[in-house]
Design a protein around this ligand. Structure first.
Ligand code: NDP
Ligand code: GDR
Length: 361
């Protein structure tokens, strides 16, 4: 039985990947952070009682900023594959916490690779690094391929740039089977609530049910190549199953604006929106009742923005036989349907007097 170690197992991708690897028959180990509340919502359906024998999902407390802890876990698990998904992954937050972001996303990657080396696991352990389309930042070429030069535009992207190159360096210096997946934005019903797609689907469902008045957004002209996380974790695994390690762009090859995402989600709910004004004065008006349901709040603007991202996944398609299966419309539809169910439950609890609405983000 192969053993995989997933950092960031409590995150969006970690949850999908853990499920995928368990289905493939792996023994899956995950690193979760100690928090004052339970933080395993996304993987609770996979939970196995530690008192039972024969478990194949085992969680360890740990943190990418703590090298001794990481080395201890690597030594105990002796993994065949490490998927480094843990990160402070929010671009806007990285402007507020640049040092923590660099420590976790940049140095954290080095700590894991150095752990593999120090423990003599170079020939046994394969390593996947969650690299990102944010590396392209101020894009030098459209669409972006594995050869497009990087131009990071945030502390997050700068930290991930270090992680990208340290992964390449440990591959070349020590012969570790290490790969970068340069993944473009991927979303799902498990997406964190502060990323724009989930913020939109969650808010529009609450507006639809009369639980919220308005959705406030930043730059609605930003263009992204949005795929589904379930499709993309398969790719993370495929990259570690090849004869030789390499780096791959994972994307759909199609692009939409934030405004188009809003439009598509609203359509799923049967809400028709009329757009008025420009820039910070732009408003989305609900045609059915004339209310402003989308408005711009400049506090969501970033000090430096990534205006446009569009990936070219030809190498992954050719070498790995990979194709994304879930379309943009299907992605938006699934997110809306799931958030609508959640909002209905909240609305029922509120009506029955069990809870007050929480509009935060
Ligand atoms: P999430 O933000 O959903 O998950 C991040 C995970 O990292 C969580 O489990 C989080 O724990 C954990 N984590 C954060 N800081 C630390 C730390 N210091 N030590 C240990 N664990 C930590 O991200 P996604 O699942 O969306 O993304 C997975 C990876 O892929 C990230 O590295 C991200 O940067 C990268 N990526 C994501 C893309 C996307 O579109 N989703 C695109 C390209 C790259 P907790 O649950 O406790 O917060
Ligand atoms: P991104 O994702 O920065 O691309 O990083 P996010 O969803 O945060 O932003 C996408 C675009 O939408 C614009 N935007 C807003 N963003 C947020 N979060 N909130 C808003 O209110 C809002 N209004 C407009 C942003 O300015 C941006 O242009 C994600 C993360 O998952 C990274 O970890 C990953 O590396 C990249 O995708 C690829």
């Amino acid at each position: 039985m192969k053993k995989a170690l997933i950092t960031g197992i409590t995150g969006q991708d970690g949850a999908y990947l853990a499920e995928f690897l368990l289905r493939k028959g792996y023994e899956v180990h995950g690193i979760k952070r100690r928090a004052s509340l339970f933080n395993t919502d996304r993987i609770d359906h996979l939970y196995q009682d530690p008192h039972e024998t024969g478990r194949n999902l085992i969680l360890h407390y740990g943190d990418l900023t703590d090298a001794t802890n990481l080395i201890g876990i690597l030594q105990q698990v002796q993994p065949d594959e490490v998927y480094n998904l843990a990160a402070q992954s929010h671009v806007q937050v990285s402007f507020e916490s640049p040092e923590y972001t660099a420590d976790t996303d940049g140095l954290g990657t080095m700590r894991l690779l150095e752990g593999i080396r120090l423990l003599g696991l170079e020939k046994k352990t394969r390593f996947y690094q969650a690299s990102t389309s944010e590396l392209y930042g101020k894009v030098q070429e459209i669409p972006q391929t594995e050869k497009t030069p990087f131009y990071p535009r945030s502390p997050y992207a700068c930290a991930k740039l270090y992680a990208y190159w340290i992964t390449v360096n440990y591959r070349e210096a020590y012969g570790i089977y290490a790969c970068n997946g340069i993944l473009f934005n991927h979303e799902s019903p498990l997406r964190g609530e502060t990323f724009v797609t989930r913020k939109i689907t969650r808010a529009l469902c609450r507006i639809y049910l009369g639980m919220q008045d308005c959705l406030y957004l930043g730059n609605m002209d930003a263009l992204r190549d949005w795929g589904h996380a379930r499709d993309y974790v398969e790719m993370q695994w495929l990259m570690l199953q090849q004869e030789t390690p390499d780096d791959y762009v994972i994307a759909t090859g199609a692009q939409h604006s934030v405004r188009e995402f809003v439009q598509c989600a609203a359509k799923e709910l049967g809400i028709a929106i009329k757009w008025e004004g420009k820039g910070v004065n732009e408003k989305g008006i609900n045609l059915a009742n004339g209310k402003i349901i989308v408005a711009v709040d400049p506090r969501y603007f970033r000090p430096t923005e990534v205006d446009t991202l569009l990936g070219d996944p030809t190498k992954a398609k050719t070498n790995l036989g990979w194709e994304p299966k879930i379309s943009f419309e299907e992605l938006v539809s699934e997110m809306v349907r799931t958030d609508l169910e959640d909002a209905k439950k909240d609305e029922l609890c509120h009506r029955a007097g069990f809870q007050v609405y929480n509009y935060n983000e």
